[in-house]
Design a binder for this molecule. Structure first.
Ligand code: SF4
Length: 185
């Protein structure tokens, strides 16, 4: 007898039918909650930070995604937004902020400087924050308009929504952190 023959499928229970019921998976439910409550930690060092301020203000209204609550404590932030030129001397501080954030956490590199060093092809400037920590979404532009920042956040929300709950414990994720020399607690 094959395994297929021994499995019987149950229908939807009587009490979970009709209006007002909504069946989903745990992954989906948690993903929905997470994507609608991403608290940003703005690590803004220069001009791109001004565009972020516009993104937060009433016209672009980041609150529409439940992200109006900025966190200047890494312990209570979900989404690290790096905006501006990052000098190599700032690298260890940025990494420390990242490592102090609790899992699950995500990173957006906003603008050309955070993404690749931008116009500052210089000995003193980090040529992209992905040299020191993993980045989830890159927003191009010098500076990017608030619409672009919103689009970057929307892409990240899509990633967050579809991320499996077990991803953070997976060997692939641990390997990714190890490749950056980040301690896994
Ligand atoms: S990408 Fe352009 S606008 Fe943004 S911080 Fe760098 S120089 Fe300034």
């Amino acid at each position: 007898m094959s395994t297929k023959d021994t499995i019987t499928l149950d229908g939807i229970p009587q009490q979970a039918q009709g209006q007002g019921f909504f069946l989903t998976s745990l992954d989906e439910l948690v993903g929905m909650g997470r994507k609608n409550s991403l608290w940003p930690l703005p690590f803004a060092t220069s001009c791109c930070g001004i565009e972020f301020m516009a993104t937060m203000a009433s016209h672009y209204d980041l609150a529409q995604f439940g992200s109006e609550r900025m966190s200047f404590s890494p312990r209570q932030a979900d989404m690290l937004m790096v905006m501006g030129t990052i000098a190599k001397k700032m690298g260890p501080i940025l990494r420390q902020v990242y490592t102090q954030m609790a899992e699950p956490k995500w990173v957006i590199a906003v603008g050309a400087c955070a993404t690749s060093g931008g116009i500052f092809d210089s000995y003193s400037v980090l040529q992209g924050i992905d040299k020191i920590l993993p980045v989830d979404v890159y927003v191009p532009g010098c500076p990017p308009r608030p619409e672009q920042i919103l689009e970057g956040i929307d892409k990240l929300r899509e990633l967050v929504h579809n991320e499996p709950l077990r991803r953070r414990n997976s060997p692939e994720y641990q390997q990714l952190l190890k490749s950056y020399g980040i301690d896994i607690k």
